[in-house]
Design a protein around this ligand. Structure first.
Ligand SMILES: Cc1cc2nc3c(=O)[nH]c(=O)nc-3n(C[C@H](O)[C@H](O)[C@H](O)COP(=O)(O)OP(=O)(O)OC[C@H]3O[C@@H](n4cnc5c(N)ncnc54)[C@H](O)[C@@H]3O)c2cc1C
Length: 435
């Protein structure tokens, strides 16, 4: 959103807002003034990132705070590799900013359009059983709380485990300090493999690789696996040639695929045919490149998504249950399921809190109604101990979430301390945190 008064919509077209005003602070002082002014007028205020959450978590009913001017490197300590970024820095700018210092982010999700603050606030994660979500890279934040004052929460502060994955409920992040790592390359092996074999050997594959994930197009018996190994930056690169990358990622994975989804919507019987075709023409390549060029890809075909975090050992049975469900219901699903993994961590509201975690994500083309599919999949996920991604579609409320997060009430106590008037609340937060 660039103009005050304009309608704000999220990427997945599942949420929109008509805020009464928009603010564009460029400094911590300007954030403080915006928060104080909203508090005086008894308005709610919501910082927004790139609008890539599917849930209503970023909906600003009163004051929308666009933090895109809080961007770039604020401080860098070469001895510790700790780098402080403006909270609104988009992830796609980070590799360029870090490159000249020989550093990189330890892990990333599958796109890089989000802001740092937005990504950490909903528990954005990538894959790799030894690597946590992005919030685990956070070693300090500067935040403006509900009283309009700036607080610094450092690495030794126990509240960092709450504030680094705070759902936007605790205040406005002004800057975020990340523990970075020496720049590295990834050797990528992407190939189609028999689905049954992949599911049967899942644990070995996950434990045997730095970063393992797979996609499955319903109506096929093929898994598109991705196995990435971390290598020193001195390893010579073998990148995908630009033309091949364009054909694979722009033309096939996005352009042609968009057409297939559109046709599949009006003619569902063609979906299985298209899906089998998709597994034949994509997902078979090896290359070696800078980490961010392997972790992330462009995604231009709009979709809706629900993703659940499960105890890692529950992924295979839950996946099989969803597979059986799709067959039994005879749904025609044009978008793949995505299966990823992450290390357990200590962030209070992390979907991987205290347990090695596997993620199952389901998607539907944005012009299709996802309700029946997502509702049924959600039941399967809940039966397997699932926790929903905070930034993706789900139906849980505070009571259901409290049972899934041992530190839930501790988090609410921090909300009470940082935002006693509920200034940073919106309808989504009222639902998931309780009124
Ligand atoms: C195509 C696509 C691919 C995706 N891939 C992945 C993936 O690989 N892994 C994964 O886990 N998720 C993924 N997501 C989900 C996405 O990473 C999260 O929803 C993320 O939160 C979006 O970041 P954003 O910058 O767009 O934040 P927004 O959606 O705009 O906001 C998210 C939250 O952050 C808060 N926030 C934003 N800025 C601030 C601030 N300065 N201070 C305090 N709070 C703030 C907002 O108030 C809101 O609560 C994907 C989403 C899309 C659309």
């Amino acid at each position: 959103m660039t103009r005050p008064g304009a309608v704000w919509r999220n990427w997945g077209r599942t949420a929109e807002a008509r805020p009464v005003r928009a603010e564009f602070p460029a400094t911590a002082e300007a954030v403080e003034r915006a928060v104080q002014a909203a508090a005086r007028r008894k308005l709610r205020l919501k910082p927004v990132g790139s609008g890539h959450s599917f849930s209503g978590i970023a909906v600003a009913s009163d004051v929308l705070l666009d933090v895109s001017a809080l961007s770039g490197i604020v401080a860098l300590d070469p001895d510790t590799a700790r780098v402080t970024f403006g909270a609104g820095t988009p992830l796609h700018q980070v590799p360029r900013l870090l490159a000249r210092h020989g550093l990189a982010m330890q892990n990333l999700g599958d796109i890089d359009r989000q802001t740092i603050a937005g990504a950490i606030s909903t528990g954005t994660h990538g894959t790799g059983i030894a690597y946590g979500g992005l919030a685990t890279q956070v070693v300090g934040v500067t935040i403006v709380t509900g009283d309009g004052r700036t607080r610094r929460i450092g690495a030794d502060d126990p509240l960092l485990a709450a504030v680094s994955l705070g759902l936007g409920a605790l205040g406005v992040l002004v800057d975020v300090t990340l523990q970075c790592v020496p720049a590295f390359h990834l050797a990528a092996l992407e190939r189609p493999e028999p689905l049954d074999e992949v599911v049967a050997t899942l644990e070995d594959r996950v434990r045997g690789a730095d970063h393992f994930e797979f996609y499955w197009f319903p109506h096929t018996d093929v898994a598109l696996t991705k196995t990435n190994e971390r290598l020193p930056e001195t390893t010579p690169r073998r990148p995908i040639p630009p033309v091949t990358r364009f054909v694979d990622e722009t033309l096939l994975a996005n352009g042609v695929y968009r057409g297939m989804c559109a046709v599949g919507r009006v003619l569902p019987p063609v979906v299985p045919v298209f899906s089998r075709l998709a597994t034949r023409v994509t997902g078979d390549r090896t290359y070696l490149d800078r980490s961010h060029r392997v972790f992330t890809q462009p995604r231009t075909v709009r979709f809706r998504e629900m993703e659940y975090a499960l105890p890692a050992e529950k992924v295979a049975p839950a996946f099989e249950a969803v597979r059986a469900l799709i067959t039994a219901e005879r749904w025609r699903i044009s978008f793949p399921l995505e299966v990823r993994f992450a290390a357990g961590d200590d962030r209070w509201l992390s979907t991987a809190h205290d347990r090695a975690t596997g993620y199952i994500a389901v998607h539907r083309y944005f012009r299709e109604d996802p309700t029946a599919y997502f509702t049924a999949v959600e039941e399967v996920m809940l039966a397997h101990g699932g926790r929903p991604h905070w930034g993706k579609l789900h139906s849980l409320d505070a009571d259901a979430l409290r049972r899934r997060y041992p530190r839930f009430d501790d988090f609410l106590a921090v909300c009470e301390e940082f935002d006693p008037e509920g200034l940073f609340r919106n309808a989504y937060l009222d639902r998931v945190l309780g009124l």
